[in-house]
Design a protein around this ligand. Structure first.
Ligand code: SDX
Length: 436
């Protein structure tokens, strides 16, 4: 625990358990709940119990702060609403990785460095050939990103800050290239080389939708800004499941490419990053606003495991601040593309209105989250739903690698190794099969 940013509270947490009394240190962060340091309990033969880590701070971090009750999200202290309005993804990447906003020279140098690494080793294209064309792009992405460690032996010494930095640059730079390769492979089109004169978002749109037969088109500025904003809104989010997975993998000393591949795998689930794809599939299933009451009733039915995708959050018990920005962006994109009365968007708006007035959702504090509108935007741009989580992974890579760097750079790093409450059989003698 780095004392310089945490305050050892003068108070102690007093715990009495099974006739023993414990005085546990309390640490105060700069924002949010304080923490009780329970590390000494293991020596006393007692563990804390917190499946799903609802009440557990697994680490100290300076990167992102979330206030779920008040719908606040800060990247290195800057509100997401201000960054979405005034910044861009490259600046946010610099901020998350370095802790401060760059000046113009620092920003230009950072962008130039990223552009130096947008291409992938030519032999990486052969990895794709091992996949069926109809493989889910996330399955391809997990494999290909993990395979990056087979190419970059020159930057795998995680104790070397320069190696950590070049690995971070390579990952942020190459994720759009690999994501677009996943898409082009799935539709049988050739891979597109990056076009470094374009912006990060513009280059991604180029690699996704241009072909070698066309002159590269200038991206539509409204679509380019919407894509950049989607990248920004998904860039980081504290100790979510995939970021915690990256930290867990990194704590063993695994190389950064393997750790990011582990994060991609964790993000894929529909309860996490896979929700944006599940939202659009759900809206398609609902079909017409007249069917909404039936689906809301199913979401409330304890005997039905159906949930409203894009609603609810482990931390936000108020409106996800990213969802507000995403809804505005949705309006802008649909207006620009001339399908302002997009059936799916209409259904989403009506579903949101009904759910926010429903006692069940109000009582359980279930609000739309970042995934509720992002899929509608991506679909309107022409991106298939099986690519939505790939784009989430692309965006979140900078958050993952920033947390990885923060953890590996911590001199107090220990391998993450949770314990358990064992409820299995007590020790017993082996019984030969002839006597069972
Ligand atoms: C992301 O952690 C992050 O920061 C994630 C993320 C990020 O940027 O990294 O923000 C990205 O993953 C956003 C979440 C995307 N997932 C979805 O939209 C899937 C639908 N939402 C849920 O499955 C759920 O809300 C979770 C997984 C998001 C949160 O689950 P929790 O915190 O474990 O809450 P819970 O499952 O214990 O639910 C509490 C209650 C339950 O009812 P009771 O058992 O108390 O009676 O609320 C109900 C749940 O049944 N509930 C829902 C619901 N979500 C929770 N009921 C209907 N529809 C829903 N969507």
């Amino acid at each position: 625990m780095s004392e310089k940013s945490t305050q050892l509270s003068p108070e102690k947490a007093l715990l009495e358990a099974k006739g023993k009394n414990y005085k546990l240190p309390i640490y105060d962060g700069t924002l949010g709940p304080d923490v009780i340091d329970v590390r000494s309990l293991s020596g006393a033969g007692t563990f804390t119990y917190d499946p799903g880590f609802v009440s557990t701070a697994a680490c100290e971090s300076k990167i992102t702060f979330i206030d779920g009750e008040n719908g606040i999200l800060l990247y290195r202290g800057y509100p997401i609403s201000e960054l979405a309005a005034h910044s861009d993804y490259m600046e946010v990447c610099y901020l998350l990785m370095n802790g401060e906003l760059p000046n113009q020279t620092e920003k230009d140098t950072f962008i130039a460095t990223i552009k130096n690494h947008t291409m992938v080793h030519d032999q990486m294209a052969t990895f794709f050939k091992g996949f069926r064309r109809d493989a889910h792009p996330m399955a391809i992405m997990v494999g290909v990103v993990g395979a990056l460690s087979a190419f970059y032996h020159d930057s795998l010494d995680i104790k070397n800050p320069e190696h950590r930095e070049i690995a971070a640059f390579r990952l942020v730079a190459k994720m759009p290239t690999i994501a677009a390769m996943c898409y082009n492979y799935s539709i049988g089109l050739p891979f597109m080389f990056p076009l470094n004169r374009l912006s990060y978002a513009g280059n991604f749109i180029h690699m996704m939708f241009d072909t070698p037969c066309d002159e590269p088109r200038e991206p539509n500025p409204v679509i380019e800004k919407a894509m950049d904003r989607i990248f920004m809104l998904h860039a980081d989010h504290e100790q979510n499941a995939s970021t915690s997975t990256v930290r867990m993998a990194g704590s063993s000393g695994a190389n950064p490419f393997a750790c990011i591949a582990a994060g991609i795998a964790a993000l894929w689930g529909p309860a996490h990053g896979g929700a944006n794809e599940a939202v659009v599939n759900m809206l398609e299933d609902i079909g017409d606003v007249s069917n909404i009451p039936k689906y809301v009733a199913r979401a409330k039915d304890k005997d039905d495991d159906f949930r409203l995708m894009g609603f609810g959050h482990r931390v936000y018990k108020n409106y996800d601040p990213r969802a507000k920005v995403m809804r505005e962006t949705c309006h802008e994109v649909l207006k620009e593309l001339g399908n302002g009365n997009d059936r799916l968007f209409e259904t989403a708006l009506e579903l949101e209105r009904i759910a926010l007035e429903d006692e069940y959702f109000i009582a359980k504090k279930l609000y739309p989250n970042v995934d509720f509108y992002s899929g509608i935007i991506l679909r309107a741009i022409g991106i298939p739903s099986n690519m939505f989580t790939v784009i989430f992974a692309l965006s979140r890579c900078v958050g993952w690698i920033s947390h990885w760097n923060e953890m590996i750079g911590d001199p107090q790093l220990r391998i993450a190794r949770p314990r358990q409450l064992y409820t299995g059989p007590v020790q017993r003698e082996y019984v030969p099969i002839t006597k069972r």
